[in-house]
Design a protein. Structure first.
Lengths: 194, 546
């Protein structure tokens, strides 16, 4: 008899939790794929298409679907590869192309004819101007994607590397210790007292 | 008074004896002053004078931008001859915008001088704080944090204790020591102003026990009416007692929470030099124009303290003391523990320049080769922030920037104790600085990419919306055209109806006038029944013909 009670009690609990979990799964369903959002958050959002996908989000979707490797983002560099590897628990692979130096587009305002083609190409609306008016780049907003270079009919846009000024300067990583130093060098070591 | 002890720390040689033999030398006005616009923590000031302008002593030449920032003033009168980047004291050795003034030697104040407030104790604390901000005062202990910000606690925070941090714990530096010996009254006056501004209950004035002269000067000049308020405390000389958190721990036994400020536990900590600057600003209307700099080390002939105008080149300051000793090869701004080497002695004295330390090769032997960490744990034993320097080192090396923050990287004060005791000569502090910079840079990049994403998404949405609107417009136009066509047929129907009516009337009339006239009737009948639909079209043409 007591076995029956036990079975009933456990069975009842199982049913109750099953109902709660089933309800929660329906009620709190997450619509978008959070992995895609997380990957997208790590990409530099230049929308440059150098990964062969039309923008950062499509690339993020491709990575999430397992269609693309994580080493195809030159503006993000090795740091992005590392971050993606950490997120997705994959092995970090060396960057497919060379890491891209940070740069901004500069329009030579003497040559610009005001055709608006670059304005249409800019994915972040960082170019200001109107038809037959001189155009200019809002440097603060430029992501350095180079998408405006191609359409310019008079080749008046150049990419200028962003120099390091005193507020952006960083301490460099120290040289690692030469672990493979031969033992005799350590034994004779030039360590000074104090 | 019951003193406490902070964790770790190092007993370092004092080395201040050489630079405290002579009184403070007040330097004259050099022929040229190069005044950097960013001399403080926070955003650099914006120049508010132009090349060719004549400026008077104390005139504002750099306007601060934002809240955590400080104004910059002309240290002497003269002409602005250049506003351009020049080398400034910074570990990077890079240039930053400076205002260069060709002095006229008159050192004349102008109309812009702030009014002296002898009756400051009747002024509103807000006015006093504004005066401190207007005077461009920053912490003169070396960190150069804007003082007006420090003296402005958040709403609901009551400050009950003002701590005067007179512990110059780094070897060689004696600028505060000499200030306390020469001008203790001004420091006390500054304390009274700040105590009034903050409404504190007590002031703890800490001086290290290796500064007996300064302590004597303070004890002798402490006014009777302040003895209730100000308590002079001699603290044991131990590096880094001069750190804000360490000083609070020593004096009160309390700890500033991680990531918090002393104000969170009701305390504010100021350097005596800063308090003298507050006194000058309020009582004399004098902005921060000069500071005491310790010129010392085996690399100078005659170590001593100098009061130099901000913007004076290091070379001039060193020349004023008697010049370099033979064989000098290294000049450090700050102390031997936390200072950094500069590569050029033409760079100017700034608000944070507390010491110039010149050394010869034999004084600073190279530290020896960097060896692998042997996990001895010495670093953890001396860390005054009670961190695990070894763990931080591994994490910085592995670029594991999440874990390193969990281990309290941002509580590191970069005092250098860990690197000092490391038997493997690992440049630990450089690893922490690297990690901090990298974390800040990544945070900045992340913010930038968030903005780019937002702008991109907005653009996509806008393009879609424009297309949708265009499509809607087209659809509306099409509908309108169709409607117009439909309208035409209605009109035609109306015309036809009118014609029919007219014809019917005509027929009725004809029938009434000539009933039984057969020919007429047949004619009308033929006309009427010939083509009911076509009649509408043919009729007007007919009318036209007629």
């Amino acid at each position: 008899m007591s076995v029956l009670y036990a079975i009933l009690a456990i069975g009842g609990l199982a049913a109750a939790f099953g109902i709660i979990l089933g309800f929660a799964a329906q009620r709190f369903r997450v619509e978008s794929d959070p992995v895609v959002d997380q990957i997208d958050a790590l990409l530099p959002q230049t929308q440059c298409g150098q990964c062969s996908y039309p923008g950062c989000r499509p690339y993020a979707e491709a990575i999430a679907a397992g269609e693309a490797d994580i080493n195809r983002c030159p503006p993000g560099g090795q740091a992005t590869v590392q971050a993606l590897a950490d997120l997705l628990d994959r092995e970090p692979t060396p960057l497919e192309e060379e890491e891209q130096e940070k740069a901004v587009a500069i329009i030579d305002e003497n040559i610009c004819i005001g055709c608006t083609l670059c304005i249409q190409a800019c994915p972040v609306d960082a170019i200001l101007g109107a038809a037959k008016q001189m155009h200019t780049v809002i440097e603060e907003e430029c992501t350095g994607c180079e998408l405006c270079i191609e359409p310019c009919p008079v080749d008046c846009i150049t990419m200028v590397p962003v120099g390091t000024d005193i507020t952006e300067w960083r301490w460099s990583e120290p040289e690692p210790s030469p672990i493979e130093r031969p033992i005799h060098a350590i034994a004779n070591g030039s360590r000074q007292s104090g | 008074m019951q003193l406490h002890r902070f964790h770790g720390g190092l007993k370092l040689a004092d080395e201040t004896e050489v630079s405290t033999r002579d009184p403070v030398l007040v330097m004259g006005v050099p022929s040229q002053l190069t005044v950097p616009l960013g001399q403080h923590i926070g955003e650099a000031a914006e120049p508010c004078v132009a090349v060719g302008d004549h400026v008077t002593k104390g005139q504002r030449i750099g306007q601060s931008k934002g809240y955590i920032a400080a104004h910059v003033h002309a240290p002497s009168s003269g002409e602005v001859i250049e506003i351009a980047p020049h080398a400034v004291p910074h570990p990077s050795g890079l240039s930053a915008p400076c205002v260069v003034i060709q002095t006229d030697g008159r050192d004349a104040w102008g109309d812009t001088r702030m009014e002296p407030w002898l009756d400051w104790d009747t002024r509103d604390p807000r006015k006093l704080r504004q005066r401190i901000r207007d005077a461009g005062i920053v912490g003169l202990g070396g960190a150069a944090f804007p003082t007006a910000v420090k003296l402005n606690p958040r709403a609901g925070q009551r400050i009950h204790t003002l701590i005067v941090n007179g512990a110059e714990c780094e070897p060689y530096i004696s600028a505060d020591d000499m200030l306390l010996r020469t001008a203790p009254e001004a420091v006390f006056e500054g304390i009274r102003i700040v105590a009034h501004l903050l409404g504190v209950d007590r002031v703890l004035f800490a001086v290290e026990d290796n500064m007996p002269e300064a302590m004597r000067a303070l004890t002798e000049t402490l006014p009777g009416e302040l003895r209730e308020l100000i308590q002079l405390v001699s603290v044991p000389a131990l590096y880094p007692t001069g750190g804000e958190r360490q000083m609070i721990k020593v004096l009160t036994g309390q700890e500033v929470p991680s990531g918090g400020l002393p104000a969170d536990i009701g305390m504010v900590c100021n350097n005596p030099g800063t308090l003298k600057a507050v006194c000058d600003a309020v009582i004399q209307g004098r902005p921060l124009l000069s500071r005491i700099v310790t010129v010392t080390g085996p690399g100078v002939r005659h170590p001593r303290n100098v009061e130099a105008l901000l913007g004076t080149p290091f070379a001039d300051v060193i020349a004023a003391t008697g010049g370099y000793a033979k064989g000098v090869d290294r000049l450090v701004m700050g102390g031997p523990m936390m200072g950094f080497a500069v590569h050029d002695d033409a760079i100017p004295v700034i608000k944070g320049t507390n010491c110039l330390l010149a050394t010869r090769p034999q004084d600073t032997p190279p530290p020896g080769p960097v060896m692998p960490c042997i996990r001895c744990g010495e670093c953890a034993a001396v860390c005054p922030a009670q961190l695990l320097p070894q763990q931080l080192y591994w994490q910085a090396k592995a670029k594991d920037f999440d874990a390193i923050q969990d281990y309290g990287l941002f509580d590191c004060i970069e005092c250098g104790c860990c690197a000092h005791v490391c038997p493997s000569n690992i440049p630990l502090v450089q690893y922490y600085r690297y990690a901090k910079n990298e974390i800040w840079a990544r945070e900045k990049e992340r913010q930038k990419s968030d903005i780019a994403r937002e702008r991109y998404e907005f653009r996509q949405e806008r393009i879609e919306r424009e297309e949708r609107e265009k499509a809607e417009r087209m659809a509306r136009k099409k509908a309108a055209v169709k409607k117009k066509e439909g309208g035409d047929s209605d009109q035609q129907a109306a015309i036809q109806a009118a014609l029919e009516r007219a014809r019917a009337r005509k027929a009725a009339k004809a029938g009434a006038s000539d009933e039984g006239n057969h020919t007429e009737k047949t004619g009308t009948d033929r006309d009427g029944t010939g083509d009911p639909a076509g009649s509408g079209e043919s009729d007007p043409t007919d009318t036209g013909h007629r």
